[in-house]
Design a protein around this ligand. Sequence first.
Ligand code: NDP
Length: 246
Amino acid sequence: MLTGKVAIVTGAGRGIGREIALALAADGATVIVNYNGSKEAADETVSQITADGGTAEAVQCNVSDFAASEAFVKKVLEKYKKVDILVNNAGVTRDNLIMRMSEEDYDAVLDTNLKGAFNMIKHLSRSFIKQRSGKIINISSVSGIRGNAGQSNYSASKAGLIGLTKSVAKELASRGINVNAVAPGLIDTDMTRALSDDAKKQLAASIPMGKIGSPSDVAKLVLFLAGEGSDYITGQVISVDGGLAI
Ligand code: NDP
């Protein structure tokens, strides 16, 4: 059980992040539900948690902003005195073929998906090191492992997250801090709802298990990595993708 633990989940108003927040809270953690633009959705995540008897608070922060994420971490540490679990889930896509990809679309995706995780880990690292414990979970993607046409920015950010995970795992292992990455395949959220039915059918056909995953498939793995079951696991990239990356 995660009773007494404090968790930050970035981008937890919607999609996979919301499901992760619900799972951690149901297991007893106090959850900081971070959002950037979706205040109503984040409030709804908090309402669902409190209705089920859990504890949560919605806090706005654009994680791609170095100074804003520093202030966010400071505010949480002042109020809750510690953070035990950090889930870097916030992510965006701006898909296009490389020839047509703008510099803005490249930068926006790298800034949120990769630098956002760097910002949060960096600002929390001192507190994790001092308490000699912590669980950091970065949400990567099958695209970061295999690459994906039309997603060079996104794939680069998600592959970058894998490098970040492994390096920080090596740096922090001796302090009792576990750093792992989760690589979802195709999961049913707003991000993938934008795909056409045809594209989804084709993608599902390439998944050995023959179906798209749900946010709770990802949340179950994150819950395991956040708990003591993962105490001897660090620097790993674990796929939750119905076999897509095989
Ligand atoms: P959604 O588009 O449903 O949600 C994205 C979330 O990220 C939102 O909560 C959004 O918050 C948040 N976010 C975006 N930018 C920022 C920012 N600058 N600061 C803080 N939060 C931000 O996506 P999913 O739930 O599908 O994706 C969650 C994670 O899982 C992402 O990292 C994604 O890359 C990854 N993933 C998803 C897969 C899928 O098939 N769905 C597959 C593989 C990986 P707000 O609305 O408040 O801006």
